[in-house]
Ligand binder design. Structure first.
Ligand code: IPM
Ligand code: MG
Length: 361
């Protein structure tokens, strides 16, 4: 088969890690008889430098017309970069929010699990890790505080800023359906996270999730308050299967969940629309401090490409092969600096990519 992929290298380490993910995809193509066509799209700081805006209409159209989108990372150092001395809607991150909204990518899927052999990188005690953990965070991505009306004003000489958190039942239902569908293929448990003891939007969230759960009698639904969830993640991470939550809570909890896996450099993500279309990106940022040094961990991006094979192209066998290759490379002791441990072999971005490619056979 032939697939057209819009590729957004972005900023910082983005181009380096995307380079390795493309090599892995090409290797998959070679072994399994597929062709991947890449069309490069500018987004983030590099787009600001070239066009003056973080995402052009043309770039959005190119992404829309493709079969799926592979993204590296966008953004730079906040505070010391020309990209941040401009209005918020012209900063690199605005490009990311615009593409999520523009392509209706309302369901953000972020798996967090502990790889065999990376237990030492996990900051939790052995007794808390237990036999390990394997969860998926399903984060609503196109609503809530991120996209509500906001403004800053001066009232009676006092500066005041407002952000609004709005959800309608349809927005809640469609992402809940994704979470339950994913749970059906896993351990059949959904933990819906909200702040229903305070927020109206959370009370509606809880109601709509409960209604959706009726269509999934095999799935156990549990509700958890977000502050408790933050605590449970570091106290008993093994209890979670699928965590379903709104945009802002999901942003925060997914960073916490990724940290307990040892390195944010390992975690992939998918942002999906109603159908098969998706944008795939590592859960980490652009890491400007290590950009260009050839030391970034490409695994999160490579695993994101594997998610693309699985979710957008239905190439399960190929996705399995990539994930298996990553496990083997780790089992052989190869480590980038972020996951390095005593007795392991330290490698850079390109060597890590090459080691993974050669195990796809
Ligand atoms: C993420 C990031 C983004 C978000 C930023 C860069 C706008 O933190 O994808 O989690 O908050 O969604
Ligand atoms: Mg985040």
């Amino acid at each position: 088969m032939e697939y057209r992929i819009a590729v957004i290298p972005g900023d910082g380490i983005g181009p380096e890690i995307i380079g390795e993910a493309k090599k892995v995809l090409d290797r998959v193509g070679e072994v399994y008889g597929h062709t991947f066509h890449y069309e490069e799209v500018l987004m983030g700081g590099i787009s600001i430098d070239t066009y003056g805006v973080p995402l052009t209409d043309e770039a959005l159209e190119t992404a829309r017309k493709s079969d799926s989108v592979l993204l590296g990372a966008v953004g730079g150092n906040v505070g010391n970069s020309r990209w941040y001395d401009v209005a918020p809607n012209l900063r690199p991150e605005a490009g990311l929010l615009a593409i999520r909204k523009g392509l209706n990518l309302f369901a953000n899927i972020r798996p967090a699990f502990l790889y065999n052999g990376l237990e030492d990188a996990c900051p939790l005690k052995k007794e808390i890790i237990g036999p390990g953990f394997d969860m998926v965070i399903v984060r609503e991505l196109t609503g809530g505080l991120y996209f509500g009306e906001r403004h800053t004003e001066t009232v009676n000489g006092v500066r005041q800023a407002t952000d609004t958190l709005v959800y309608n039942e349809n927005e809640i239902r469609r992402v809940a359906v994704k979470a339950f569908d994913i749970a059906m293929k896993r351990k059949k448990k959904v933990t819906s996270v909200d702040k229903a003891n305070v927020l109206d939007s959370s009370r509606l969230w809880r109601q709509v999730v409960a209604e959706t759960a009726k269509d999934y009698p095999e799935v156990t639904l549990e509700n958890m308050l977000v502050d408790n969830c933050a605590m449970q993640l570091v106290m008993n991470p093994g209890q979670f299967d699928v965590i379903l939550t709104e945009n802002m809570f999901g942003d925060i909890l997914s960073d916490e969940a990724s940290m307990i896996t040892g390195s944010i450099g390992m975690l992939s993500s998918a942002s999906l629309n109603e159908g098969k279309f998706g944008l795939y990106e590592p859960s980490h940022g652009s890491a400007p401090d290590i950009a260009g040094k050839g030391i970034a961990n490409p695994i999160a991006t490579i695993l994101s490409a594997a998610m693309m094979l699985r979710f957008s192209f239905d190439l399960d066998k190929e996705a399995d092969a990539v994930e298996q290759a990553v496990r083997e490379v780790l089992a052989c002791g190869f480590r980038t600096v972020d996951i390095m441990a005593e007795g392991m072999t330290r490698v850079g971005t390109e060597v890590m990519g090459a080691r993974i490619c050669e195990r796809i056979i």
